[in-house]
Write a protein that binds this ligand. Structure first.
Ligand code: ARG
Length: 461
């Protein structure tokens, strides 16, 4: 039957309301392949410890294999009375190999070390998916940057015109943030490389089982050093939720810009039809729904992180059932990003960039004022005075409704005696951008070097 794993000391089954509260099969079923892999490894260490003979091991592994196939094709599913995925799969094994043999597998393990191990295995796989998905977005950004190597645009601070930059430099900034997220996946994977299997309920196992052997069998480099920590800690789950949330937040910053850029007021980009939506009432509309959903889901992922952290706060050692609440937020964050990442990559890849509009706006807002100040500094003028002089140029030009490059020789001299007509050589967007040529700057040469490293990092990931 489908009895619970802990019926012995109880005279009645759980109340239906209790059972409904307790049940997790509707969300932890995704762990089934990891549970079965763990059972296989566990059967082997039971055999190694002399607790299963050769025939029993073979029978057990055969039963697990049939169970795995049945789970994969949906023949075996959770029953109403199964409390969680572990309970259901033990029932499934017993149905296939009989209660005598099937009943032996639970020796020396607990759902507490099982779930802790399976969550780590699941998270390691999702971090690999995440790395692929994030690299695809980076690839889309790099693709746009490389397709428009000379495109200039207004660089902004406070969303106000600041200094002109290359579009490729701006897109590269988003790519850099995403590549740090990829690095976070790698760092976290290393910490996830220790297996809690063998920790038992909390105190370890007395049956002569070899946790390191199970660990290696499951792709971990070793077993955890502390069985209490192994079963009760979820900081790595929280870190997973953070990395997922950080990716979502980084995507939301790209999304917000695309939303702005696609407005008539900015006019920087046009969205591809396949990656935008229309309005049910306004026939002219083309809406940036991909970007808006990405921006919206970032809030959801931050919420999942906050929820998980709050569950962990002040939780005493060792395992508490509260920890069952770790899975839904984490699973949800991963599932949301699995949809958002390819959509963002598709949207970015298919953007039409209006380089003429970007170029038109690049010198707007007196964005070359800093270039006047820095030109004066190169003439030996102290920056403090140079800043004042460039500010005066802005004031005069603004008053007359003209650009900095349109100030007369006399007006320039009035702003500062050192402002000879030669200053006009730096009053072009291209000149300004080319002059920022130190490491990390927006000069075309530096941006090209940056892109070589970006592409190298993607290949390495
Ligand atoms: N389903 C539980 C969880 O998600 C694992 C089982 C541990 N349950 C227990 N009563 N000790 O954490």
């Amino acid at each position: 039957g489908s009895a619970a794993l802990w019926g012995g000391r109880f005279s009645s089954g759980p109340d239906a309301v209790m059972a409904a509260l307790s049940k997790s099969t509707h969300f932890d079923w995704v762990l089934a392949p990891y549970d079965i892999a763990g059972s296989r490894a566990h059967a082997r260490v039971l055999h190694g410890a002399g607790l299963l003979d050769e025939d029993e091991l073979r029978g057990m592994l055969d039963g697990l294999e049939r169970l795995e196939t049945d789970v994969a094709d949906g023949t075996f599913v959770a029953a109403e009375a199964d409390e969680d995925v572990h309970t259901a799969l033990e029932r499934g094994l017993i149905e296939r190999v009989g209660p005598e043999l099937g009943g032996k597998l639970r020796a020396g393990r607990s759902r507490n070390d099982q779930i802790a191990t399976q969550l780590r295995m699941w998270l390691r796989d999702r971090l690999r998916d995440l790395t692929r998905g994030v690299c695809d977005v980076v690839d889309a950004l790099v693709g746009q940057g490389r397709a428009h190597p000379d495109a200039v645009m207004p660089g902004r601070t406070h969303l106000q015109h600041a200094q002109p930059v290359l579009l490729a430099h701006h897109l590269g900034a988003h790519a850099q943030a995403l590549l740090r997220d990829v690095e976070r996946c790698r760092d976290l994977d290393r910490r996830l490389g220790l297996s809690p299997y063998g920790s038992g309920a909390l105190a370890g196992t007395s049956l002569g089982l070899d946790p390191a052997a199970v660990a290696r069998d499951l792709g971990f480099r070793d077993a955890v050093d502390n069985s209490i920590d192994g079963t009760a800690s979820r900081d790595l789950a929280a870190e997973g939720a953070f990395v997922l949330a950080m990716v979502a937040v980084d995507l939301s910053r790209i999304a917000e810009e695309v939303i702005l850029w696609a407005t008539a007021e900015f006019g920087y980009v046009t969205l591809d039809d396949a990656w935008s939506t229309g309005s049910s009432i306004m026939p002219q509309k083309k809406n940036p729904d991909v970007a808006e959903l990405a921006r919206g889901k970032a809030g959801r992922l931050v919420g999942n992180l906050a929820g998980l952290m709050t569950t962990l706060k002040a939780l005493p050692l060792a395992y508490n059932r509260d920890l069952q609440e770790d899975k839904e937020p984490l699973f949800d964050s991963a599932a949301q990003l699995a949809m958002v990442l390819p959509a963002m990559a598709g949207m970015i890849r298919t953007l039409t960039v209006h380089t003429d509009r970007l170029a038109e706006l690049a010198p707007a807002g007196f964005s070359l004022a800093t270039d006047i100040a820095e030109w004066l500094v190169r003439q030996g003028v102290p920056f403090r005075r140079a800043h004042e002089a460039a500010g005066a140029c802005v004031r005069v030009a603004e008053g007359r409704g003209i650009g900095l490059d349109e100030l007369s020789d006399a007006e320039l001299l009035e702003c500062d005696p050192a402002l000879t007509p030669d200053v006009r050589t730096v009053l072009t967007v291209e000149g300004s951008i080319a002059s920022r040529d130190a490491h990390g700057g927006t000069a075309p040469k530096r941006v090209a070097e940056q892109y070589d490293r970006l592409v190298g990092a993607v290949i390495e990931a």
